[in-house]
Design a binder for this molecule. Structure first.
Ligand SMILES: Nc1ncnc2c1ncn2[C@@H]1O[C@H](COP(=O)(O)OP(=O)(O)O)[C@@H](O)[C@H]1O
Ligand SMILES: [Mg+2]
Length: 280
């Protein structure tokens, strides 16, 4: 584990973890903020990227006021090319001695609309040279940007909740689409959030429908989740321990022990790009 939390240039490729879902409000932003905090607490150099371009919540959840966003980075890249310094567009987060960086979503809707996925990919590649982990929060859709990010991912965290039948139907469509696109099975981690929320739907039935078990399960804790968002303190950094915070930490433990190396992922990316399969 690295000793310094200060980003420093390296030739190594950072690990890219994306947070994806086929329904909104399933916990992508909450889980992404907590995983970024926990990885940073463990001493890794972490950048949390908000690619929920139109309705990004990362800065809201962490109570950050960014002066620069992805829109500024894209504008600079358009003039200076990839030689521009990505670090200058990041917003620092610090709490209790834990530091990580945030690449904020554009502030204006028109800026969000004008982000091109090529620049987003170039931004992620630049971040991979600076950080151990790049965590990417996304919007819930199979957009060009999201397909490009799924291609860049070392691990895709596919989050779902089991509440209403339409949510489960959409999760099934999402899983089937990823399968049709020929994803590497190890790359997709199906994570159930709000597991013990009151519902009449059996987990076993959902797993059967999806064709695979959940990789990790996070408990439902509305009070802990909403307090953490209200106070801008991720659960893994909160003074009070919670079952949800512990389960989020356990998810990070499982990810940091994973066997897929960035080099392997890069080779696989060249073999099969989901983006090119759909739009090629
Ligand atoms: N495990 C959980 N238990 C209870 N509430 C949760 C949990 N995870 C997330 N929430 C709540 O669900 C809402 C949506 O979470 P969010 O992270 O914004 O979802 P998304 O980014 O997928 O739209 C938030 O109000 C959050 O407090
Ligand atoms: Mg979100």
């Amino acid at each position: 584990m690295p000793m310094s939390t200060e980003p420093r240039p390296t030739s190594a490729n950072g690990i890219v973890i994306t947070f994806f879902s086929t329904a909104s409000a399933v916990g992508k932003t909450l889980v992404a903020c907590n995983m970024a905090s926990e990885l940073a607490r463990e001493g890794y150099r972490v950048c949390l990227v908000d690619f929920d371009l139109q309705f990004g919540d990362v800065c809201h959840y962490l109570q950050l006021q960014p002066t620069k966003t992805l829109a500024d980075l894209q504008r600079t890249m358009q003039v200076e090319g990839d030689s521009c310094r990505v670090q200058e567009f990041l917003t620092p987060y610090e709490r209790e001695g834990v530091h990580f960086s945030v690449l904020a979503a554009p502030k204006l809707l028109e800026e969000a609309y004008n982000i091109h996925h090529d620049y987003a990919v170039r931004a992620v590649r630049a971040l991979q040279r600076q950080f151990d982990y790049i965590l990417i929060d996304m919007a819930s859709m199979f957009s060009t940007l999201n397909l490009a990010m799924l291609d860049q991912s070392t691990i895709v965290t596919f989050l779902g909740i089991v509440d209403f039948l339409p949510t489960i139907k959409n999760m099934k469509i999402g899983m089937d689409t990823l399968k049709t696109l020929g994803y590497d099975k190890n790359k997709i981690r199906l994570v159930l959030n709000r597991s013990d929320a009151k519902t009449r739907i059996s987990l076993a039935d959902v797993q059967k429908l999806l064709g695979e078990p959940f990789y990790h399960v996070l408990p439902n804790d509305f009070r802990a989740a909403s307090t953490s968002i209200r106070d801008g303190i991720p659960l893994v950094l909160a003074p009070q321990r919670t079952a949800l915070g512990d389960a989020l930490r356990a998810l990070v433990d499982r990810y940091t022990n994973h066997s897929s190396t960035p080099a392997e992922t890069e080779a696989k990316q060249q073999e099969s790009s989901w983006l090119s399969r759909i739009f090629g």
